[in-house]
Design a protein around this ligand. Structure first.
Ligand code: ADP
Length: 431
């Protein structure tokens, strides 16, 4: 094809050159006055014939070019139409995935084939063997080419060369749709990895909080233990006084219940991570966090005030993770008041008249050192801490914000250096 084109151009150029020479010749003849001499007519005829031949070649060449460009235009238009169609269908797929709010959404490909059947493969230990028509290019560790493909990236590079992939993608649209599927699978995998990391971070932070309050709790447990000992000593002294014994037994029961409660709360903090949404009474939940912190607060000279709204509506929440949020805010407040101060824990409800939504607010306010304005934008960033190395992870507030957002709520801080800080958690009554 290329060869024929080059020959035509060469022929055309040689004719053109020949014509130029001939024209020069004719002009020279005319200038020298050879007109009418023998041979002039023959030469003139030859000149016009060459001209006609050249014109013919030019016309044929132009006609061929026009034909060619028309055919090209047709092919291009067809390709454009196919591309537009594919684009529209891909757009639809993206919209559907967005509507479903899931990375699990896939284009159903009717051309999928069973790789082990197509390739006569009998490696039964391969992860796709016997699994029907799967997208083997999305499965890591398949035994293709007598080696286990290590990574996904490896597969993404090699699989399009494979007959299984090519059978599944017979046209451009299916290939594009499978690219979309691959992208969704990759995003799903990343989202799962992120969720696992978040879960691990929440658990690690919860354990750190438990560790921080465990020392203070020793006192919280020792007090009721002392009370128990006293009761036993008194009962021993006067065992026949049944009225007194009954009173002491009640006190002992109270002390044991207190120890049991504190231990249960501590254990809750070290448990694994799994959201269980249920109707939750925030006043009660806050009380349980303050039980754990009482001793630490007292030791630091911090007075704890509660200002609960007694008619606070219950929220749909996960008690353990909300407890983690409040404990973290209270521990931060205590850390900001090393020389003592006041910790106010307040709850109140609001009914937003505009859209009829109801929210509850939990405010945890201290009279500590406050947060400098330049740090206000950073405190919710992971790993931001102003605490001494080894004492703060810088994850508490960022995890707290994640937990609050999982509850469709909001958390914010207001602070003034030297005056104190107030953190507010706002949760919807119904999610
Ligand atoms: P950590 O407590 O491990 O430092 P956080 O994410 O809980 O991590 O807190 C980040 C930073 O926010 C703290 O290091 C501190 O500088 C600041 N901060 C949080 N709460 C308060 C508070 N009540 N008063 C003053 N600073 C605070």
């Amino acid at each position: 094809m290329k060869m024929a084109k080059r020959t035509t151009i060469l022929l055309y150029l040689s004719c053109l050159a020949f014509l130029v020479v001939l024209t020069v010749w004719v002009v020279e003849f005319q200038v020298r006055g050879y007109l009418g001499r023998p041979g002039f007519l023959r030469m003139h005829l030859f000149y016009w014939l060459t001209n006609a031949l050249l014109a013919g070649i030019t016309v044929a060449w132009l006609a061929r070019m026009v034909r060619h460009s028309r055919a090209k235009e047709r092919v291009l238009a067809e390709a454009n139409r196919e591309l537009n169609e594919a684009q529209e269908r891909i757009k639809k797929l993206i919209c559907l995935a967005e509507e479903e709010q899931s990375f699990g959404f896939r284009f159903e490909n009717p051309n999928l084939v069973k790789c082990y059947e197509l390739k006569n493969c009998d490696r039964v230990s391969c992860p796709v063997y016997g699994k029907g028509a799967t997208r083997c290019w999305q499965v890591v560790g398949t035994h293709c080419l007598n080696r286990q493909n290590a990574s996904w990236l490896d597969k993404m590079r090699n699989c399009p060369e494979c007959i299984v992939y090519q059978k599944a993608c017979p046209d451009k649209f299916t290939e594009l749709a499978e690219d979309f599927n691959n992208m969704m699978a990759m995003l799903q995998r990343k989202a799962e990895e992120l969720a696992t990391l978040r879960r691990q971070a929440v658990v690690a932070e919860r354990r750190a909080i438990a560790g921080e309050i465990a020392a203070g709790l020793a006192h919280e447990i020792n007090n009721p233990l002392d009370g128990l000992k006293n009761c036993i000593l008194r009962i021993r002294k006067n065992p026949s006084n049944t009225v007194q014994t009954a009173q002491y037994l009640d006190l002992m029961m109270e002390a044991l219940t207190r120890i049991e409660k504190v231990m249960a709360q501590l254990l809750d903090l070290t448990r694994g991570y799994q959201y269980h949404f249920a109707k939750t009474n925030l006043n009660r939940l806050l009380d349980s966090t303050l039980t754990l912190l009482n001793m630490k607060g007292r030791a630091q000279g911090v007075a704890i005030h509660k200002a609960y709204d007694p008619s606070l509506p219950q929220v749909e929440g996960d008690a353990t993770s909300l407890q983690q949020v409040f404990l973290n805010l209270e521990l931060n407040a205590l850390a900001a008041m090393p020389q003592g101060g006041t910790l106010l824990v307040k709850t109140y409800a609001d009914g937003n008249a505009g859209n009829g939504e109801h929210h509850v607010h939990v405010e945890i306010k201290d009279t500590g050192r406050g947060i400098p304005p330049e740090n206000m934008d950073k405190i919710f960033n992971p790993f931001f801490t102003t605490k001494e190395p080894g004492t703060g992870t810088g994850l508490g507030l960022s995890i707290s914000r994640n937990i609050v957002e999982e509850h469709k709520g909001e958390i914010w801080a207001e602070s003034q250096v030297g005056v104190g800080t107030a953190f507010t958690v706002r949760l919807p009554v119904r999610q």
